[in-house]
Design a protein around this ligand. Structure first.
Ligand code: BDR
Ligand code: CA
Length: 312
């Protein structure tokens, strides 16, 4: 059976790293390209991490291209306080030996989608700068992508600020352009991802995956808190949900909505304003996830990777 192709634009990042693991390990998916953007940490670090992950996880034939270091018009924010100074928490991977592509991420996105119209799903798990630049250069990518899924936004409250989720907050002008591009954006926001956190029970399950679980998944999924702390309730794996949506959309209950991005507000910059009653929707907003089904799916995919992991 043909595998579902995806291009992942990301800023690894603890949960981006786990999303890459899922994209690589689910046998029903084919990761065709990875592009990086400055976000959780700076572009040099997200690209270094993506390259190191490629060799550690073993998707060595997949091109990686670096993209935008800065948001379209703003000073870069980062989330090193969440992901660690290097971006992968306490996980230290061997330095990569394979280089990044000579191409810019924007070119790789456009070329990949142009080469196979309707076949490649575009997934963005960082600030939307690369996607906005690609749309500005080649608006037809909106029609060429099989679907476009982001992790970003929310319909209740944010995490970077009370109003704004980090990926949208980091580059609201890019996000506004992306939502206005005439395609249907699947917005996997915080209201969804916070339903499917890696609880201590899930972490125990992942620890049993062997070295890949113990050395990689568990430290990434527990960086924010001590799992031996009786009060620790778990850690979000936001970006994993976006990749899961490509493979298993039936795990999600979704509503159509009109999403606009606030770029002006003194207190609300980067807020996604979600109107579920709008007559002209531009987005699909998953609102509920089958949590047990999600973790079964993710566990089985990661088990598949663990079984073939080169470092086992
Ligand atoms: C999003 O922001 C980043 O810190 C995470 O990697 C995720 O993409 C969650 O708000
Ligand atoms: Ca991310």
């Amino acid at each position: 059976m043909a595998r579902t192709k995806l291009l992942l634009d990301c800023d690894p990042g603890l949960d981006d790293a786990l999303a890459l693991l899922l994209a690589h390990s689910d046998p029903s998916l084919e990761l065709v390209a990875v592009t990086t953007v400055g976000g959780n940490v700076d572009l040099a670090s997200t690209t270094r991490n993506a390259r190191a992950l490629r060799e550690y996880l073993g998707f060595v034939d997949v091109p990686i291209a670096a993209g935008a270091a800065e948001p379209l018009v703003r000073i870069a924010a980062n989330a090193a306080h969440v992901h660690g100074e290097a971006g992968l928490g306490n996980v230290r991977l061997p330095a990569a030996t394979l280089p990044a592509s000579d191409r810019h991420a924007v070119d790789l996105i456009i070329e990949t989608l142009r080469a196979a119209p309707g076949e490649v799903h575009l997934v963005a798990t960082g600030p939307l700068t690369n996607i906005a630049l690609a749309l500005a250069r080649e608006p037809r990518i909106a029609g060429w992508s099989a679907s476009f899924v982001i992790m970003g936004g929310s319909f209740t409250r944010g995490n970077a600020t009370v109003a704004a989720e980090f990926n949208i907050y980091a580059d609201p002008e890019a996000a506004a352009a992306v939502f206005a591009a005439g395609w249907q954006v699947v917005m996997i926001g915080l209201d969804l991802t916070l339903q499917a956190i890696a609880t201590p029970r899930i972490v125990d399950r992942m620890r049993r995956l062997g070295p890949l679980g113990a050395d990689f998944v568990v430290p990434l999924a527990t960086f924010w808190a001590d799992p031996n702390d009786a009060d620790w309730s778990g850690q979000a794996v936001h970006d994993v949900c976006a990749v899961a949506y490509i493979a298993r959309p039936e795990l999600f209950r979704s509503r159509s909505a009109r999403v606009d991005v606030e770029t002006q507000g003194q207190f609300t910059s980067g807020m996604t304003v979600v109107d579920f009653a709008a007559s002209a929707p531009n987005a699909i907003v998953p609102v509920e996830i089958d949590v047990a089904g999600f973790w079964d799916y993710v566990h089985d995919a990661w088990q598949h990777a663990a079984d073939g992991h080169p470092n086992d």
